[in-house]
Design a protein around this ligand. Structure first.
Ligand code: G6P
Ligand code: MG
Length: 219
């Protein structure tokens, strides 16, 4: 059975994590409170609905269903105003090197993201055609740390979960990969992502030799 790679989008392929943070923070500020960058870690990888629930809890607020939905739509509008400006210069350093290696060696790879904006973003940065499969927030019903998004991606790539390698910048995403019995690679702070099998600050730290090692290893 063959190996396959699965990439999260926000904070792994592109640094949209900063745009999500700005947009959520504006929402909180408009409602009269604030939250920290540390709290923001808990929003990474988490769906739009779950994120707003967490934020409202931090602000000790409850909203009617109608207002909840209106705030979610406003956040997304604000977020998309940042996405609008994106192009392939936003692809994070070191990512093209790894993707090109996989393409040249015919190793299948998929996107596994919680975002409903994933396809829009991939098109903006010209990577949409490169992925063998795309699974995003419009395809799943269970949010990370549930492994659903990665299990569907593995299935689409025709790979066994234990042969899949997942790249993730979020705690919830690393947990999802682990629960799915996949190899988890954390991208970010190793103190935050200590549950991952391996952690790198960013893709520039990942050598092709490491990718080749992953291709030989089993979890
Ligand atoms: C990713 C991001 C989260 C975001 C979620 C939903 O997992 O890390 O910060 O909330 O996707 O994104 P969406 O674009 O659908 O609001
Ligand atoms: Mg992410």
């Amino acid at each position: 059975n063959h190996k396959a790679f699965i990439f999260d989008l926000d904070g792994v392929i592109v640094d949209t994590a900063k745009f999500h943070f700005l947009a959520w923070r504006k929402l909180a500020n408009d409602l009269g409170f604030d939250f920290t960058e540390e709290q923001n870690e808990q929003l990474k990888g988490v769906s739009r609905v779950e994120s707003l629930k967490k934020i409202l809890k931090w602000g000790n607020m409850e909203l009617s269903e109608e207002e909840f939905n209106r705030q979610m739509a406003l956040k997304n509008e604000n977020y998309l105003s940042y996405v609008e400006e994106m192009d392939d210069a936003e692809i994070l350093p070191g990512v093209p090197k790894v993707l090109n290696y996989l393409i040249e060696n015919k190793i299948p790879f998929a996107l596994g993201s919680a975002s409903k904006n994933a396809r829009t973003i991939l098109k903006k940065i010209d990577l949409y055609e490169k992925f063998d499969a795309i699974v995003d927030g419009t395809d799943v019903s269970k949010a990370k740390p549930d492994p659903e998004v990665f299990l569907i991606a593995a299935e689409k790539l025709n790979a066994e979960p234990h042969n899949c390698v997942v790249f993730e910048d979020s705690v919830a995403g690393v947990q999802a990969a682990n629960i799915g019995k996949m190899t988890s690679i954390g991208i970010g702070d190793e103190k935050v992502l200590n549950e991952a099998d391996y952690v790198f600050t960013d893709f520039t730290e990942i050598e092709i030799e490491f990718i080749e090692k992953l291709l030989r290893n089993q979890k």
